[in-house]
Design a protein around this ligand. Structure first.
Ligand SMILES: Nc1ncnc2c1ncn2[C@@H]1O[C@H](COP(=O)(O)OP(=O)(O)OP(=O)(O)O)[C@@H](O)[C@H]1O
Length: 551
C-alpha cells in the first residue's frame, strides 16, 4: 500500500500537486541555471588563467623550473612522474594540492601552448611533487619543465549536459517518476506501513532508527537532516546496508572525493559488493582496493586483455625487424585485430565489475562516467547534499528512481566564485529547496550529537535547531583534561574561551592578494595553542581555523 503526502489531492499522473506554485518548475530551473553555469565557469577560468604567468607564479598556481627526477609505473598501470626544483632543495610556495588536475609544459612555453601531458597530483612533499599520467609524455622530459594548475572545465560541461538531459529526456529515463516530485508537480509518496528492520549497527539511537525507517518507506525523495556530529554518515551507511539487503542497486555520491571515500571506508567494514569510480590518484590509499581500476585488474577478462597485450608486444618487435612489405602488412593487420579484442576485453571487465556491484560510489561529477551510462539505480544517495550545487546533483539523480539526500542546509552553502551567479540563486541547494517545498513531509532530523560538549552545542541548538539537539552522555560533559596525559590548567579547564581583541591595537591588514590578516590575533591563537601543548594536549589534536588564507 502507498500513501501520498501533502494531504490527498494532486499526485502522480494527475497534474499538479499542492506543492506546485511554491516550488520552482523544471522549466524555470533549466532556463535560469544554464546561464549561471556559464558565469561560474567564466569566473573560475578568469581566476586561474587570465592572470599573467608571473602573477600566477606569485599566486602559487604555476610551479616553474622543475626537473623530472623519477618515472615509475604503478598505481594500476599508470605512470608516476616525480618533479623537483631545478634550483634549491624545496619547491617554491604554491597552492597545489593532491587531486588537482595539472598540465605539464616546457618551462619556457607560452601561456596558451599545448601541454606535454595532463595528470593528477598524487603526492606532495617539501622537495618534490609526484603527478600521475595515464600515458607517459613522449618527449621533453629532459628539459626544464613547469606545472600549471588547471581550471576544471569538465565539471561545467557535465553540469550543462545534465541540464540538457533534464530538459528533454526525462519522461522515459530512470528518474521519470522522481523528477516531477522534485519540481513540485507530483506529491511525494511513501508506503503506508512503517518499515521494520533489523539494524546492522547495533548502536543506532532512536532518531537515527526513525530516519532509516522513514527513508525505507519513501517511494521517491527523502531528506536526512543531520546537524553537526549527529551521525548523518552513520545513518546513511545503515540505509545503504538495508537497501542492499532488500535487493536495491545503489549509486552513492557526494560533491567531494573525500566525502565519497569516507562512505567507502565505512561501508567496507561490512560485506557489501561495492565499487568506487574515479581516478586512483584522487582516492585515499585505504579505499584503493575498492577502486574500479583495481577490481578490473583482478578480473578474468582483464587477464585475457593482459595476455593479448603481451602478444601485441611480441608482434610489435617483429614488426620493427620485418623487412618484407607483405609481412609488415600482415603483422599490422593482426595487431589491429588484437587491439580491438583487447579493448573489448577491458570493456567487458569494467561492465562485469559494475554489474556485480550492489553499491557504486562516485563524486557527483564522476557519476557522468560512461562506465555507468545506461544503468538504472533503484536509489541515488547524495551525502553532504546541502553543500552541493543542485545542477551537480542532477548528474547523479537522473540515473535513479528514488533519492535520499543527506545534509544540513543550516550550515555553510556551496562556494560560488561568481558574485553574479550567487546573487541569481546558483548557491540555493536542492536540499534547501525541497525543505522549503515539502518540509517535514519528507524530512527527518537527527537529534543526538556525538561530538561536542553540551555548552558548545547549546548555542547552535538554540539558534538553528529549535533547541532539539541533545548531547550524547559520552560527550555532554567531556573535558580536555579527561584526555590521557592532559593536566588540569587554566587553558584546559574552560570549555569555550572568547577573546575580545577590541581596543588591543590589533588591526587587520591586506596582503598583496587582497586577503585579510591580523597578526595580533594570530599571536593570541598561537600563544593559546602553546599553553595547551604545555598542559599535555598533543599538537596533532589541535586545529586552528581562520576564514582568510593570508591569516
Ligand atoms: N548511535 C551512535 N552511537 C555512538 N556513536 C555514534 C552514533 N552515531 C554516530 N556516532 C559517532 O558520532 C560521530 C559523528 O558521526 P558521523 O560522522 O556519522 O556524523 P556526521 O553527522 O556525518 O558528521 P558531520 O558533522 O561531520 O557531518 C562519529 O564519531 C560516530 O562514530
Amino acid at each position: 500500500m502507498e500513501e501520498r503526502r501533502g494531504g490527498g489531492g494532486g499526485g502522480r499522473g494527475s497534474g499538479k500537486g499542492p506543492a506546485a506554485g511554491k516550488m520552482m518548475s523544471l522549466n524555470e530551473f533549466v532556463s535560469s541555471m544554464a546561464p549561471l553555469i556559464d558565469l561560474e565557469k567564466a569566473a573560475e577560468i578568469s581566476a586561474e588563467s587570465e592572470a599573467s604567468s608571473k602573477r600566477k607564479e606569485r599566486r602559487g598556481s604555476v610551479m616553474p623550473n622543475l626537473k623530472c627526477t623519477d618515472a615509475q609505473t604503478g598505481l594500476m598501470g599508470k605512470t608516476l612522474l616525480e618533479f623537483q626544483p631545478n634550483k634549491g632543495d624545496v619547491l617554491p610556495p604554491h597552492k597545489f594540492g593532491t587531486h588537482d588536475v595539472v598540465a605539464l609544459k616546457p618551462n619556457k612555453a607560452d601561456a596558451g601552448s599545448p601541454a606535454l601531458g595532463q595528470g593528477v597530483v598524487y603526492r606532495l612533499k617539501d622537495s618534490s611533487i609526484t603527478v600521475v599520467f595515464d600515458d607517459i609524455p613522449e618527449d621533453g622530459l629532459n628539459s626544464p619543465l613547469r606545472l600549471e594548475k588547471l581550471a576544471n572545465e569538465v565539471t561545467y560541461r557535465r553540469m550543462k549536459d545534465a541540464l540538457i538531459q533534464l530538459s528533454k529526456g526525462i519522461q522515459t529515463g530512470p528518474s521519470a517518476n522522481l523528477v516531477p516530485v522534485l519540481f513540485g508537480e507530483n506529491l511525494p509518496m511513501r508506503s503506508k506501513d512503517a518499515v521494520k528492520f533489523s539494524p546492522f549497527n547495533k548502536n543506532l539511537d532512536d532518531s537515527q532508527k526513525d530516519a532509516i525507517s522513514k527513508a525505507l518507506r519513501s517511494r521517491d525523495a527523502f531528506l536526512l537532516h543531520g546537524p553537526p556530529g549527529t551521525g548523518k554518515t552513520t545513518t546513511i551507511i545503515e540505509i545503504i546496508l538495508q537497501e542492499v539487503k532488500r535487493g536495491a542497486k545503489i549509486l552513492a555520491c557526494a560533491a567531494s572525493n573525500i566525502a565519497v571515500d569516507n562512505i567507502v571506508e565505512r561501508l567496507s567494514q561490512y560485506r557489501t559488493k561495492l565499487v568506487r569510480l574515479g581516478h586512483p590518484a584522487r582516492l585515499l590509499p585505504q579505499v584503493l582496493d575498492s577502486a574500479l581500476d583495481a577490481q578490473v585488474l583482478r578480473a578474468d577478462n582483464s587477464s585475457l586483455a593482459g595476455d593479448i597485450r603481451k602478444e601485441m608486444k611480441v608482434l610489435n618487435s617483429k614488426l620493427l625487424k620485418a623487412k618484407d612489405r607483405n609481412t609488415k602488412r600482415d603483422i599490422r593487420k593482426e595487431l589491429k585485430t588484437l587491439a580491438k579484442e583487447e579493448r573489448k576485453r577491458q570493456q567487458l571487465a569494467v561492465a562485469d565489475v559494475i554489474k556485480n556491484a550492489d553499491v557504486v560510489l562516485s563524486t557527483l561529477t564522476g557519476a557522468s562516467s560512461k562506465k555507468i551510462a545506461g544503468i538504472t539505480f533503484d536509489l541515488v544517495i547524495i551525502d553532504e547534499a546541502a553543500q552541493a550545487l543542485e545542477v551537480a546533483c542532477w548528474i547523479a539523480l537522473l540515473k535513479g528512481q528514488r533519492c535520499v539526500l543527506a545534509g544540513d542546509h543550516l550550515q555553510l552553502p556551496p562556494t560560488i566564485q561568481s558574485v553574479e551567479a550567487e546573487k541569481k540563486g546558483m548557491g540555493k541547494t536542492l536540499f534547501e529547496r525541497l525543505t522549503e517545498g515539502y518540509g517535514e513531509e519528507i524530512t527527518c532530523m537527527l537529534t543526538i550529537q556525538y561530538r561536542m560538549h553540551e555548552l558548545i552545542m547549546n548555542w547552535s541548538s538554540k539558534e538553528l535547531y529549535n533547541n532539539k539537539i541533545k548531547a550524547h552522555s559520552s560527550v555532554a560533559g567531556h573535558m580536555l583534561y579527561d584526555l590521557e596525559g592532559v593536566n588540569k590548567s587554566s587553558s584546559t579547564e574552560p570549555t569555550i574561551i572568547l577573546v575580545d581583541t577590541t581596543g588591543c591595537d590589533m588591526e587587520e591588514v591586506k596582503d598583496e592578494e587582497e586577503s585579510t590578516m591580523n597578526e595580533g590575533e594570530a599571536a593570541v591563537s598561537i600563544a593559546h595553542a602553546k599553553l595547551l601543548v604545555e598542559s599535555g594536549v598533543r599538537a596533532i589534536d589541535i586545529g586552528i581555523i581562520t576564514p582568510y588564507s593570508a591569516q
